[in-house]
Design a protein around this ligand. Structure first.
Ligand code: B12
Length: 494
């Protein structure tokens, strides 16, 4: 049977007479209640890039962030009357909400072409293919700036979609068929800066830790490393591409005071990072807070680069994937680093005036000794601004394929890195007691090291109420019962 859906090519009017109205949807988070997720609510940057690309081709675009949108989808569809909707499924956790929005859009107007894309479904489209929800007209496997423009162009000009690269289209038998070849990766110099205006109505909700409102920014796409748990390098096939310094500078100058740079590998290339740092310094723009994510080996050998970047923000934090306090643990995660580099990076970052934050991975195979080793390391190195995640095979990774038979939980809502997907080595109650004890050692413990009132001077008085709400909510990270109530590995599982 032919792929593609001809009904979108003739709807009683000549679409080529006008450009399309495109609705871009960020799904409502249903699952983010553990870990640091409640502290990070950020903008749909991928959709903002897509919006800019579409507008450059003359299309009319609206972005709705369903996490904060008050209107119902039916109302949005009635007022904007899109011909095409694109939903971004960034996290595998978002699959249920994505499918829900597909149904809502189709219910509101069955003639709207609904495309779903984003990192997690492009990495593992089976998550959508296996669902019984009907109404997805295309699953998009690559970068939206090119795919959405091509889709609009084909729809507008009544051309078949089968020739477009990187799509999965309904094949009429309840399944999807691939249109074959994959898209070329974009040349980043040609990518338009993100359409910030499209999410301005939601801006006041975007938060990272105690900073609000927050802007996210991308300078690099992809990662060259090979960490076992990460889906990024596997998706981008180990490539790393850089936006032009001039485009980043223009974006940096117009966005606000609190910036989370979402690059997975900041300072990846020392020479290019120096050029970018100088360009931003020359702009004269300075921020109140910046956060970047980097690796300990990069930071440990680049003190001069760090010093160059430091004046760009009053408070400047680095988030490290520390992952493990031992060489053996790092090796088992294919981190390609060692503990001496962790210690050196912490020293260099602190000496250069950066705040040190990061994450450790807790393996379900942890023994009591492994937890103790982690606590000792945290204490010895004063790493109290850290988070913890449970080692989770993310769909689309080789690790997921290897672990398939061992995985006892198939509900994507539990793939948030805070649920156990198989039985731990320790009795499950004990595992969560120790997991919670680990969280209690961080600054998030309102009854612990940093008392709740000590947060006050760091918070804008207008943000005290929302911040208090977040802090209260985060206390459940330290409550084993909260995790146990959602533990769903069958009792007879191996
Ligand atoms: C920023 C970010 C977040 C933000 C949220 C961002 C948001 N808008 O919702 C915060 C910090 C809150 C967050 C939280 C978490 N995150 Co996160 N996050 C990221 C990060 C670092 C960058 C995403 C981004 O903005 N990229 C930049 C934009 C430009 O790219 P993009 O969104 O992929 O969009 C492009 C394409 O995908 C495509 N596209 C996107 N949408 C659409 C739609 C259509 C129709 C089409 C055609 C194309 C298309 O086109 C866009 C432009 O090219 C990614 C890593 C990564 N590189 O993807 C991890 C990542 C997505 N997160 C991950 C994880 C695991 C989490 C957490 C579970 C972590 C935790 N410990 O709690 C939580 C869960 C949050 C939740 N939903 O409950 C994993 C997801 C793995 C998976 N397969 O599910 C990633 C890949 C990190 C990793 N190393 O593995 N995250």
């Amino acid at each position: 049977m032919a792929v593609g859906n001809p009904k979108f090519f003739s709807r009683g009017r000549r679409l080529s007479e006008f450009n399309l109205r495109v609705l871009l949807v960020k799904p409502r988070h249903l699952a983010a209640h553990f870990g640091l997720a409640p502290f990070f609510r950020t903008e749909p940057l991928g959709l903002e890039y897509i919006s800019s690309a579409l507008q450059a081709h003359g299309h009319q675009v609206r972005i709705v962030d369903m996490c904060f949108e008050r209107r119902s989808m039916a109302k949005i569809v009635r007022s904007f009357r899109p011909q095409l909707a694109g939903i971004s499924c960034l996290h595998i956790l978002d699959v249920a909400a994505t499918l829900h929005h597909v149904e809502e859009i189709k219910r509101a107007d069955a003639s709207i072409f609904v495309a779903v894309g984003g990192h997690s479904v492009a990495s593992y489209p089976q998550a959508l293919e296996e669902s019984s929800t009907k109404g997805i007209d295309a699953i998009c496997m690559g970068e939206g700036e090119s795919i959405m423009v091509a889709l609009c162009d084909a729809i507008e000009n009544n051309r078949s979609l089968e020739k477009l690269p990187s799509l999965l289209l309904p094949n009429g038998d309840g399944g999807f068929s691939s249109t074959g070849e994959a898209c070329q990766w974009l040349e980043m110099d040609r990518v338009h800066p993100p359409d910030r205006a499209a999410v301005e109505a939601y801006r006041k909700h975007y938060v990272c830790l105690n900073y609000m409102p927050v802007w996210t920014m991308e300078t690099t796409r992809g990662c060259r490393h090979r960490c076992k748990f990460c889906s990024v390098w596997q998706f981008y096939k180990g490539t790393c591409r850089y936006h032009s310094a001039a485009n980043i500078r223009a974006d940096f100058e117009r966005i606000g005071d609190h910036i989370f740079v979402i690059d997975d590998l900041f300072w990846a290339d020392a020479e290019r990072s120096e050029e970018l740092g100088r360009e931003l310094l020359a702009s004269g723009a300075r921020k109140k807070w910046m956060l970047v994510q980097s690796r300990v080996d990069l930071v440990s050998r680049n003190a001069d680069l760090l010093k160059l970047w430091r004046p760009l923000a009053k408070n400047f934090d680095i988030f490290f994937g520390f992952e493990s306090p031992t060489r053996k643990g790092l090796d088992s995660l294919h981190k390609g680093s060692d503990i001496s580099k962790t210690l050196e990076a912490v020293r260099v970052a602190r000496e250069c005036g950066f705040g040190v934050t990061g994450n450790f991975i807790i393996d379900p195979d942890f023994s009591e000794e492994n937890f103790q080793e982690l606590w000792d390391f945290i204490e010895a190195n004063q790493l109290f601004r850290v988070g913890f995640t449970i080692l989770t095979p993310l769909p689309g990774t080789q690790y997921f394929a290897q672990m398939r038979d061992k995985l006892k939980v198939h509900d994507w809502a539990q793939y948030d890195l805070h649920h156990l997907l198989w039985k731990p080595r320790l009795p499950v109650e004990r595992f969560f007691e120790l997991y919670c004890e680990t969280w209690r050692r961080t600054v998030l413990n309102a009854a612990g090291r940093k008392k709740w009132w000590q947060w006050l001077p760091q918070v804008d008085p207008r943000q005290i109420v929302p911040m208090a709400r977040i802090l209260i909510r985060s206390q459940q990270l330290m409550n084993p019962r909260a995790y146990l109530s959602e533990y769903s590995v069958p009792a007879d599982a191996e």
